[in-house]
Design a protein around this ligand. Structure first.
Ligand code: ATP
Length: 337
């Protein structure tokens, strides 16, 4: 659906060049929900603006729904853009126009006749559950309702791709979940491919099939959401995962645990279907080592469990060393220092 091959975007700032997107290659499949996560300045918004042709690539190839976006003129891009819907953090609704007029606007631009426009607006407002708000103004709506209007407007012209740039960042957690549920329906019922840009790991875990982690313009990690959450490879991905599930204790927390538990503390990674870990733990007394679970956190994602447990091992250090070596053959193990 979206294919980027070695895409780079540089901006000239005075005499300097800022590389906002740096040699990014990735494929977003038709029908999936793909998340792009990264801290502020990672290049996420620029990537989205490249996909919808609002920025021109400096180099590389960018293909959206079979259409080569890179190197095209504005008039050609305008047509391609009708295939792409977009929703924003601040909703970007026209406050002087009614909810219905906001949803109708892209249809007017696309030249639909009045009767067809009216029917489509009613259909879209019904879909997002706001049929009774057609005559209201955006100021009279809650944040979640405003974003639902944004979604109705973005989908009015039946795009095949929806770009959601921090679309829930201005909403409270409950409203965020409502909007994410609606996006899931958009994906399931209408078959629309969705690209979600976010800095919140909860958004990724609630909705996405796959995730790309961006840092300094590059994609540093990419994969199925479960794989990235259960075994993050880069420090950036590990920091994001730590915001959703208890990970290996460090600093103050590690000191506190060591005060309370005098044994040898290790952190073990738990992943679905890893029964070998249980087998090793069940044989520890044969090695004259006991263990206590002192801390941990497990989550379920895409129907599979992941997380970490902090264990206190008690016994002779030689036996403990042998146990740690054996555990390392079945999962990732970190010594708590
Ligand atoms: N039009 C521009 N001119 C110059 N520099 C820009 C421009 N747009 C983005 N940048 C720079 O490119 C880098 C990436 O910015 P971008 O907005 O894409 O990041 P982001 O991950 O979306 O962050 P945020 O969530 O804060 O928007 C930043 O260093 C930013 O300052």
């Amino acid at each position: 659906m979206v294919e980027l091959k070695n895409v780079t975007k540089e901006f000239k700032v005075g005499k300097n060049l800022v590389t906002a997107v740096n040699d990014v290659s990735l494929t977003i499949n038709r029908g999936e929900i793909f998340a792009i996560i990264g801290y502020s300045g990672a290049g996420k918004s620029t990537l989205v603006r490249l996909i919808n042709g609002l920025e021109e690539t400096t180099s590389g190839n960018l293909i959206v729904d079979g259409f080569e976006v890179s190197g095209k003129r504005e008039s050609q891009l305008r047509e391609a853009r009708t295939n792409i819907g977009m929703i924003f953090q601040q909703f970007n609704l026209m406050n002087s126009r009614t909810v219905a007029a906001n949803v109708e606007f892209p249809l007017k631009v696309a030249g639909w006749d009045k009767a067809k426009r009216k029917a489509r607006v009613a259909e879209m407002l019904q879909f997002v559950g706001l049929a009774d708000k057609a005559k209201n103004y955006p100021d009279q709506l809650s944040g979640g309702q405003k974003q639902r209007v944004g979604i109705a407007r973005a989908l009015a012209t039946s795009p095949t791709l929806l770009l959601a740039d921090e679309s829930t960042s201005a909403l409270d957690p409950e409203t965020t979940q409502e909007v994410l549920e609606l996006l899931k329906r958009v994906n399931n019922e209408l078959g629309i491919t969705i690209v979600v840009i976010t800095h919140e790991m909860d958004v990724v875990s609630s909705i996405a099939d796959r995730v790309a982690v961006m840092e300094k313009g590059r994609v540093v990690e990419l994969g199925n959401v479960y794989d990235v959450f259960s075994a993050p490879q880069t420090a950036t991905a590990q920091r994001f995962v730590a915001t959703t599930v208890k990970t290996s204790p460090t600093g103050e927390e590690a000191n506190d645990l060591k005060q309370r538990h005098k044994g040898y503390l290790i952190n073990v990674e738990i992943t679905e279907g890893n029964d070998r870990l249980g087998q090793v733990l069940s044989r520890l007394n044969e090695r004259r080592v006991r263990f206590n679970i002192v801390q941990g956190g497990l989550e379920t994602l895409q129907g599979k469990t992941y997380g970490t447990l902090t264990l206190e091992l008690i016994g002779d250090i030689i036996n403990i060393d042998a146990v740690v070596a054996e555990l390392q053959t079945v999962t990732r193990v970190q010594v708590v220092r």
